[in-house]
Design a protein around this ligand. Sequence first.
Ligand code: C2E
Ligand code: CA
Ligand code: CA
Ligand code: CA
Length: 273
Amino acid sequence: SKKNGRACWTYFDETMLTDARNERALERELRAAILLGHFRIAYQPIVDGKGEVVAMEALLRWQHQLRGTIAPDVFIPIAEQSSLIHDLGLMVLEMVCRDMPLLPAVPINVNISAKQLRLPDLLAQYLAILATHGIDPSQIVIEITESASLTANAKIIAAITAIRAAGFKVALDDFGMGYSEFNQLRHLPYDTIKIDKSYIRNLGQDAVTDIFVNAVVEIARTFGKSVVAEGIESEDDRIRAGIAGCTCFQGYHYGRPAFLEAGPMSLAMIAAE
Ligand code: C2E
Ligand code: CA
Ligand code: CA
Ligand code: CA
């Protein structure tokens, strides 16, 4: 980051946001933004080998009145430090349900924070939101990012099991980025594995990456699970992920996250980043 001025400034900006005082200010603003509904959801397609859209991932954006659009990597960690993550999680599912009649008739992937899984009421609250909109849980894929706490905690395993038993699909997100991931494949119930973009980027260039992805694909195939390759930015990426055995693909090559254009029965999407 000392190599050029620009990188230096970027780094400085991020440091400012993680500063404790800024975090408290952001947390207060976040609380207000939830009440005021200053959020939008961007949707990104997930396609199969034929290029057909098989799902859409819902990605949250904070439309800040002064700071502009704030990315989830900035505010989700702050929400996770307080109970705001619970309100945010319910808000996201509610927004997705409202959008569903305007979206392609495919399952919608919704991200969930591991912390939300600790809330005993989570499943009942999720089911209540779906029931209000007449949406079946099978239309929602809950994306869980692996973290050390997932398999270590029997309550979390039970929560994921209950979510899946209620009819939701479960995807293990950012696979390969934590540790103990193969352990999770033994202990967590799931339908889909999403291989993190950092692995996809290095396919065919580094033997350990190739062996890792092949092993994940082999396990998934054996148990009838699907494997999504994240971060497909070019046809070249898609070909290498396809050769590695990934069954579904997601990335800028197929479409950037985009807002659903307001308007009656409109399927138009507008740039969200
Ligand atoms: P994620 O779940 O891994 O989502 C994929 C991220 O990769 C998104 O960033 C997406 O815009 C980006 N992406 C998609 N295709 C490409 C590509 O081809 N190349 C590259 N370089 N990036 C690509 P985004 O939208 O900024 O979200 C960041 C993270 O924030 C998400 O990572 C997810 O962990 C979290 N997040 C987003 N929405 C929610 C939410 O509603 N709830 C929770 N708890 N977390 C969320
Ligand atoms: Ca995700
Ligand atoms: Ca991911
Ligand atoms: Ca992530």
